[in-house]
Design a protein around this ligand. Structure first.
Ligand SMILES: Nc1ncnc2c1ncn2[C@@H]1O[C@H](COP(=O)(O)OP(=O)(O)OP(=O)(O)O)[C@@H](O)[C@H]1O
Ligand SMILES: N[C@@H](CCO)C(=O)O
Length: 322
């Protein structure tokens, strides 16, 4: 379920008429995603050519003051040839409009499907596209702080509290101290750019081994590029049983370094940053777990999955990128 707001046919047609994208033909609610309401919109131009778009109504967790950063970043990256969707601007030039009291954006539809069991070749392509994105974003004029940085993860876990964490799993409270250790890592000297920070396979569209789209930039922020690589590594390189897939990990980093070489400081800090990245998902998943009622329609994501990945990086240490 990811259509929280009902928009009638007339509302949709009125909205689409504000853009120079032709006439509304159909709008179908998209089931995937949990944060926002999304529709696949089809239009037809005066000359009979069809076009497809994603209409997103921002429902929660997004501060509207951040929308210019997210949407302008898509346009910046797309203009530089990165596979990200462009934002359609309305006839007045605005990248988002208010509908039913909520912000709405019309975004280019990109082809492709998200891999469920990524291969090494796909991981290589994603690594290369991530590095291209980092280089293309370095002259982006806006910036945004990471609201889910390591200090925020520690604060979220603190707010959950050891007892409630233990109610999810007895091994979770031990992660509190590790989150505070991660928060103490100094990332300030690492090379920075605009980063995605949530590049899970479900946020990448692919055709075979080719990346056709990076989507869902709503955690994007200014920060260390190696953190983005570490998040992607933790999200892509483990199988359903939690086993590390070494050839995916090697391919992801090799793909990244085919475009941008990691600096020695980034290599040295990679295992510690990967552990911090795991704790970011432990924290958000634990918080969601405690806040989501047992009978909710939304499937809760298991924080322990990222505790197990944290343990992998802890054991692998410096050997991982050697
Ligand atoms: N630009 C796009 N082109 C094609 N399909 C897209 C595009 N953007 C989103 N989608 C489709 O819509 C689905 C939901 O999008 P998205 O993941 O951004 O939703 P969300 O509710 O914001 O996400 P989440 O719950 O992951 O935070 C995606 O899984 C994908 O199938
Ligand atoms: N991709 C995240 C959800 C968004 O933060 C997760 O799998 O926990």
């Amino acid at each position: 379920m990811a259509v929280y707001t009902h928009l009638g046919a007339e509302d949709l047609a009125r909205l689409i008429a504000q853009y120079d994208v032709g006439e509304l033909v159909s709008a179908k609610g998209i089931a995937e995603g949990v944060s926002n309401s999304n529709w696949l919109v089809e239009t037809i131009g005066a000359e009979g050519s069809g076009a497809r778009f994603i209409l997103t109504l921002y429902e929660r967790r997004i501060d509207y003051a951040d929308l210019p950063y997210f949407l302008d970043l898509l346009d910046h990256l797309s203009a530089k040839g990165c596979p990200v969707p462009r934002t359609m601007h309305d006839r007045a030039g605005a990248s988002f409009r208010m509908v039913e009291g909520k912000a709405a954006a019309l975004i280019e539809f990109l082809p492709g499907v998200s891999p469920t069991r990524p291969t090494a070749a796909q991981a290589h392509s994603v690594g290369a596209v991530l590095a291209r994105m980092h280089l293309a974003a370095r002259d982006f004029p806006l910036s945004r702080a990471n609201a889910m940085d390591f200090a925020a993860s520690a604060a979220i876990l603190d707010a959950c509290g050891a007892d409630r964490l233990a109610s999810i799993h007895p091994d979770l409270p031990a992660m509190l101290a590790h989150a505070h250790s991660a928060a103490a890592i100094d990332l300030s000297a690492l090379p920075a750019s605009q980063t995605h920070t949530d590049l899970f396979p479900d946020n990448v569209l692919m055709r075979g081994d080719k990346v056709t789209g990076l989507i869902d930039f709503y955690f994007a922020c200014t920060g260390p590029m190696v953190l983005d690589l570490a998040v992607t590594h933790a999200a892509w390189c483990f199988d359903a049983a939690g086993q590390y897939i070494a050839d995916c990990g090697t391919a992801l980093v090799a793909g990244y370094e085919s475009i941008r070489s990691l600096e020695p400081a980034e290599v040295a800090l990679f295992p510690a940053i990967a552990k911090g990245a795991c704790l970011r998902f432990v924290a958000s998943r634990a918080e969601d777990w405690l806040e989501t009622p047992d009978d909710a329609l939304v499937t809760r994501k298991d924080p322990m999955q990222f505790v197990e990945r944290w343990r992998f990086y802890d054991e692998a240490g410096a050997g991982l990128l050697a």
